[in-house]
Design a protein around this ligand. Sequence first.
Ligand code: KIV
Length: 274
Amino acid sequence: MSATAKKRAPMPDDLRAAKGGTPLVSLTAYTTPMAQMMDEHCDFVLVGDSVGMVLHGLPSTLGVTMDMMIMHGKAVARGLHSAMMVIDMPFGSYEESREQAFRNGAKLMAETHAGAVKLEGGVEMAETIRFLVARGVPVMAHIGLTPQSINTLGGYKVQGRGDAGAALLADAKAVAEAGAFAVVLEKVPQGLADEITAQIDIPTIGIGASAGCDGQILVVDDMLGLFTAFKAKFVKRYAHLADDGEAAIAAYAAEVRARSFPAAEHVFADEAPK
Ligand code: KIV
């Protein structure tokens, strides 16, 4: 996207219409400055519940709350003009009933101005997706490795291998048929991701899936090398900001200790009385 041609943010139907076309570009964001950096380059920006791990130091996404999502959603919204904002529904905010999901989905959209919510789950969430979409809450689905189910999945493993592929294809078909406008495929073997992409009529957004998906998403702190607690194999680091930042902090600390830190008389030399 060119920096000069300012466009309006796409809506869910625009993203749905991108099926089979130029791949959709997406990253996560949690703060205003990050959102500003990616606004011109992304079709949509996800306020992911990964915020709990990458910014708050939580061991998983399970401890993320509605209040955290709303606070980060508001911050990201201030930085976006051209990209659509999608916001994650946190663990425990939608699984209990369709009504609970609507109440919390509507709250996230009303308070953050997100264009859509994302929730995890396939066949078992289809009726909830249908209920939300019919009531004005556009839904992006998320299947494959669903980090909120990490305790029942038994780890951050590749999903859909062997016989499990048929169930994942059924999940993808169920969420598409229920009205989701796109579906994230996380940690799904390439052949299966390609098959799902070919068989459903909504865009697939890959993360550790296949370049053949209709779009890609990464956690921004992963691709910038800011989150270094661990690195999934599929993550490519486009920068090493944690290393650069630590080197900068070490240089600052050394200057302060050596009393070579720029002193006030240098900084204000021009203002000294003549
Ligand atoms: O929370 C998140 O960052 C996500 C992406 C990994 C898709 O759900």
